[in-house]
Structure formats: C-alpha cells, structure tokens
Design a protein around this ligand. Structure first.
Ligand code: LLP
Length: 404
C-alpha cells in the first residue's frame, strides 16, 4: 500500500477505483504481500526447516488457501468445515494438523478418514474417543498432545492461551500422566508435543519461557517426540513503529532448543502471514460534529470487523486521497450499528474529510472477514484479491435477498 500523487494504491489499483468498481465496505488482499510474507517467514526460519501450517482460522477464503498451497504451506485447522475447505484448496493431508479443545466424534472420524498428518489432542477424553475409532477401523492413529506451559504471552488477555487457568492443553502433571499411560497404546501413536501460548506476541521472551518449559517437560518425560508443534502467535505491527517480533531471535532460541531435542518443528502462523495483506475499504456516510469531537460514521461496522469492539484492537484508518488541511479536533471513527462498542478508533489531527470520502482500515487480513456476521441484518462484504493491476472478486458481496 502506498500513496502515488496523493492517491492511495493497493498494489497498482487505487482504493478509490476499488470502491467505485466493487462498492463498499470491501475487503481487499494483496497477492504480492501474502507472497512476501510467506517468503520472509520461510527465510527467517530457514535454518530449522520447519513444516509451516497456515492457521486457517485467521482467514479461510478458498482462493487465499489455494495461494497458501501454491506457496508451499500446509494448514492448521480447527473444524470439519476448515478441513473440508483446505482439502478443496488441494492442501495435502500430510501437511494438515487438526487442533482445538473440543473436536466432536464426527470431526475426529472425518479427520482420520482423510489421513491427515496429526490430530493435536487436548484432553484424555479426546484420546479415548480416538482410541475407540481406531479400534473399530483397526488402525493406529498419529496424535499430538498439547502442553499447557503456564507461560504468560504478554499479549491481550483475551487472546492469551498458555496460562494454567486457560482451557487449552494439559498442565504438567496431567501431560506426564497421559504420556505414560498412552505411550504403549495399540491405537494411538503420540508423535507430537504441541503448544501455543497466544496470539499477537511481539517479544521473543514469552517464546523463550515457553521453550524452556517444553524442554523441561521433555527431559522429565524422557520421551522422543517426532514433531514439536510450536503453534503460531507471531505478532505484527498494527501501528507504524510499534514493536514487532524479532524472528531471528526466536529462530536462534529454537535452534538451541533443537540441539537438546532432535525433532521436526511445526509452526501454525496465521496473522503473520495474512494480517498486513488485508484492507477494509469504507465510505464515510456522515460526519456528525459535536463540541468535543467529530463522529465519522463509516459504512463498515463491527459486524464487518469485530476486533476493535471485541479486543480493543486498534487498526490504522487512512484516507484514500491526501490533502494538506489538518483538523485538530478529535475524530471518532464509528460504524452505523446500534451499539456503543461499534467504534473503530479515535484520531486527533486528521486531515479534512468529507461525507462520501473513502478511507481504508489497515491490517485486517487476519481475523477480519472470518469473524464477520450478519448482525443488524447487514450483508457481508465482498472480498477482492489484487495482483499488480488485476483486481478479482474472490467472494461475492452477500445479497440482501439471500439473508432476508
Ligand atoms: N495455533 C493455535 C492452536 C491457535 O489457537 C492459533 C490462534 C494459531 C495457531 C494462530 O495464531 P496467530 O499466528 O494467528 O497469532 N481473534 C483474535 C486472535 C485469536 C487467535 C486464536 N488462535 C484476534 O483477532 O486477535
């Protein structure tokens, strides 16, 4: 995304043209940004040669998943729906891991029938269900067990998963107990230790603590895991100059971890692959002026992008056309939904803006469209993929008629 002669372009297409041609609100993704993100992820972790499984929950658009496949990644899925979709995108079963605290028997059977690489289990009940299925089909199923390292990810509380009070994984004693109990099982083959402490992590220190805890439990168990699945969580810059994870430091930590534990590393990145490759193009419906602030009422709302309302997340909002007139008043960018929390951002010193102007909400490629809803009976936006000059619809805008 860059300004050329004051007009904002995503790859070689201007935001204003996109708004005119496809209407707003509109999700737009940059093909080349996705490609660059994947290449730089691979490059940063080259020396440990990991299996990279894209976390589909962050963006499950079929076309995007086909790109993920084209660029050589596997997939981390959490439901039958996601698994069906990634298979449709031609991602190979041997590059698919299935995570989640509550997979149903139907989902387990489906995953087993598709011969995916592994199912990361999170409770003894789940392992017992897998054993039952395996017994019936007379097969041994590859599984992982998720360890809860009781590590603080130092990120938003609502997206932390690695503390013992969180529902995820198995805490130390239970983990060791299960390992002991099932290592001789005729029906499950524990080949992986998985761990994921949270999302939008911007320092390598939580990962260091996580790796120490993982190392400790492996030493204690004396068990040889073929795979160590370190999950995702790599943070991105939502603000210019904000902190971002130093991949090379993380890579170094993993390298020294691997000296003690010779396993294949699996990653499950979502946000770091797709987060900054997505934009939400919106139009200003009205500007309501009050003494203390101007409410900038957009045609996008919390049903299109819920991260600000749900987590207090802040996404940059930039104008599609620059001018030199500054307004020092506070601007509160909001959506039209009948909830006070339908609010995107407060900005002071914004440029002069007018009704019908186009603005772009940035870094919405991850956990944007996937978390959208029809709240207030608003149709979901279209999704567009841009590759240089070419803008293609990859999901049609929902028609009002179809949701009424
Ligand atoms: N693996 C597991 C087991 C996960 O639970 C998650 C995310 C990931 C991988 C991918 O994490 P990532 O690399 O994207 O950080 N809706 C929230 C984020 C929820 C993350 C849930 N789990 C948000 O909008 O910030």
């Amino acid at each position: 995304m860059k300004y050329k002669k004051r007009h904002l372009y995503i790859e070689n297409v201007s935001a204003e043209r996109l708004a005119r041609q496809f209407d707003t609100p509109l999700y737009v993704y940059s093909y080349n940004k996705i490609k660059d993100n994947i290449n730089s992820f691979k490059k940063n972790f080259k020396t440990i040669n990991p299996l990279i499984c894209f976390s589909v929950k962050s963006n499950s658009n079929l076309k995007i998943l086909s790109l993920i496949n084209k660029f050589g990644l596997g997939a981390d899925v959490v439901s039958k729906g996601e698994l069906t979709r990634v298979l449709k995108a031609k991602i190979k079963p041997e590059k698919i891991v299935f995570s989640g605290v509550g997979k149903t028997v139907d989902e387990l059977k489906f995953a087993i029938s598709k011969k995916i690489l592994l199912i990361n289990t999170e409770s003894e009940n789940e392992i017992m269900e897998i054993e039952k299925i395996a017994k019936k089909i007379k097969k041994k199923i590859n599984i992982g067990i998720r360890f809860n390292p009781d590590t603080d990810a130092k990120t938003l509380k609502k997206i932390s998963t690695g503390r013992k009070e969180n529902k995820f994984g198995l805490i130390k004693n239970k983990f060791l107990e299960i390992l002991k109990k099932y290592k001789e099982s005729k029906f499950v083959n524990i080949i992986c230790l998985s761990v994921h402490i949270g999302s939008q992590i911007t320092s390598h220190i939580p990962y260091k603590n996580m790796l120490n805890a993982v190392n400790k439990i492996i030493q204690q168990s004396k068990y040889k895991f073929k795979y160590i699945d370190l999950g995702g969580g790599m943070g991105i810059q939502y603000k210019n100059n904000s902190k971002k994870l130093n991949y090379l430091k993380y890579n170094k930590l993993i390298k020294s971890f691997l000296k003690k534990n010779n396993s294949k590393i699996i990653f499950e990145p979502g946000r770091s692959i797709i987060g900054n490759a997505g934009y939400l193009i919106s139009k200003i419906i009205y500007i309501k002026k009050t003494n203390s602030k101007n409410f900038v009422i957009l045609d996008s709302a919390m049903n299109d992008l819920i991260r600000p309302a749900l987590y207090g997340a802040k996404h940059r909002i930039v104008p599609s056309k620059l001018n030199r007139q500054k307004v020092s008043k506070k601007h509160e960018f909001v959506g039209p939904i009948c909830e006070t929390t339908d609010k995107f951002l407060n900005i002071r010193n914004y440029q002069k803006i007018n009704q019908k102007d186009i603005v772009v909400i940035c870094d919405v490629g991850a956990y944007g469209m996937v978390l959208s809803s029809n709240y207030n009976l608003r149709p979901k936006p279209a999704e567009i993929l841009i590759n240089k000059n070419l803008a293609k619809i990859i999901t049609k805008r929902q028609k009002l008629n179809n949701i009424i």
